[in-house]
Design a protein around this ligand. Structure first.
Ligand code: CA2
Length: 147
């Protein structure tokens, strides 16, 4: 059984508590349920995590990379939050491990401030999804199943 890693970056633990006009009313626990249901549909094992710390996210990408090397990873769905727009380290981790990455954002980052338009992850991603709300997460898992 292959594993899907779903990683969430800084402040996404606040989902559902503030800014519902931008991010919706569902919590990160709700998102985990959506991902669990999608993984169950496709016969994937789910690793769903959130951290506010860049180095922790790097370590988790390396962990996903070890599964990838063993042929046991379906892919990584990654909402890196604001680190998307700042982190060379996360991009290097993805590139260094060779994991199949779907970059995901709840909001349409291209309809927001200019500083959200650039992503360090997009060049190392298989696909980039944004603007579909939290429904983007299970759709990204569906996409990994179809690759
Ligand atoms: O749209 C997305 O999913 C983002 O990755 C969310 C990040 C933002 O920096 C990116 O540009 C786009 C911010 C996550 C903060 O989430 C909160 C949720 C509720 C309340 C406060 C913050």
């Amino acid at each position: 059984m292959k594993t899907v890693f779903v990683l969430n970056g800084p402040n996404l633990n606040l989902l559902g508590t503030r800014e519902p006009a931008v991010y919706g009313a569902q919590t990160l626990a709700d998102v985990e349920q959506l991902c669990a249901a999608a993984c169950a549909r496709h016969g994937f094992r789910l690793e769903f995590r959130q951290s506010n710390h860049e180095g922790v996210l790097v370590d988790w990408i390396h962990e996903a990379g070890r599964l990838h090397a063993a042929g046991e990873l379906a892919g990584l769905v990654f909402n890196a939050g604001a680190y998307t727009h700042t982190s060379v380290a996360l991009a290097d981790a993805v590139k260094g491990t060779g994991v199949t990455l779907i970059e995901l954002h709840i909001s349409n980052v291209h309809a927001r401030e200019a500083f959200r338009h650039h992503s360090y992850l997009a060049p190392v991603a298989r696909a980039v999804m944004c603007g579909l709300g939290v429904q983007g997460y299970p759709l990204a898992i569906d996409a990994l199943a179809g690759l």
